[in-house]
Design a protein. Structure first.
Ligand SMILES: CC(=O)[C@@H](O)[C@H](O)COP(=O)(O)O
Ligand SMILES: NCC(=O)COP(=O)(O)O
Length: 255
């Protein structure tokens, strides 16, 4: 069975639009677990736009499912610009202190809107390998965010990482626009085969949704885990909005 790890970034994004704890990140983690989620994913960014360092500590204290923290290991500590918000301690410092079950290293720049590429290990392999070794020595499973490029995936294996996470945006886009979907999916299938040849566990994520997920998970061999946040949160709004309207009308004394 492929594990579903729910990414809570977008819950934190709404919470951060007010100085309140509503919606509660641990509260929504618990709802996901109660509904059957296999894990929880967060991606604390240095600008703390959504998940903040404190959220990671709060989740670590209550989770009884796999906790996956994603981020760029080369980000440094940053002072918070907002009063009452914990400073960002730097990604490696944060995960070494929390020690989640899985750490997914992602090569994001600080100002990126969202993740948009995997590691270039021809360039960064020598810098990434010692970090992988350090995280593993502290008992964390490691995963590297990768494009479906066989040469890069073979280099990922050389870093000693346990797993890779295939960056799936290109598949999601091909599926949505019905452009070259067979060809693009073929690249992911080949990437998965190479990962298996190299003894790497396989995760996948980014822009996966209810529509594109079945074909991906049926055809890409060996998938262990998908992490999904944006579309799943939007679906939760779609599937819950009508009920909310009825509840508010009831609160206004209407039937
Ligand atoms: C690594 C990855 O694909 C996800 O973490 C994705 O980047 C979500 O991050 P945002 O919610 O900040 O877009
Ligand atoms: N690793 C991918 C992830 O956690 C969620 O990505 P998305 O579903 O928000 O695009």
């Amino acid at each position: 069975m492929i594990a579903l790890s729910v990414n809570l970034n977008k819950i934190a994004l709404i919470r951060n639009s007010r100085d309140t704890t509503n919606p509660s990140v641990p509260g929504h983690a618990q709802m996901c677990i109660d509904a059957g989620a296999d894990g929880i994913t967060v991606h604390p960014r240095p600008d703390q736009r959504h998940i903040r360092a404190q959220d990671c500590y709060d989740l670590a204290a209550m989770l009884d499912v796999e906790f996956n923290i994603e981020g760029n290991p080369f980000t440094r500590a940053r002072k918070s610009e907002r009063e009452g918000v914990t400073d960002y301690p730097g990604f490696m410092e944060l995960v070494k202190d929390i020690r989640p079950a899985q750490v997914t290293l992602v090569p994001d720049g600080d100002g990126q809107l969202t993740s948009d590429h995997g590691f270039d290990l021809k360039r960064d392999g020598d810098r990434v390998a010692p970090l992988v070794a350090e995280l593993k020595s502290l008992g964390m499973r490691t995963s590297l965010f990768m494009d479906p490029d066989p040469e890069q995936i073979r280099l990922a294996a050389q870093t000693g990482t346990d797993r890779i996470e295939l960056y799936t945006e290109r598949y999601a886009h091909a599926f949505k626009t019905n452009t070259d979907v067979d060809k693009v999916l073929g690249e992911f299938i080949r990437a998965a085969e190479v990962a298996a040849e190299e003894g790497l566990g396989l995760n996948a994520g980014h822009d996966l949704d209810l529509h594109n997920l079945p074909r991906f998970t049926t055809e890409v061999p060996g998938l262990l885990e998908v992490s999904i946040g944006h579309a799943l949160t939007v679906d939760a709004i779609h599937q819950g909005l009508a009920n909310s309207i009825r509840a508010y009308q009831h609160a206004l004394g209407k039937q």
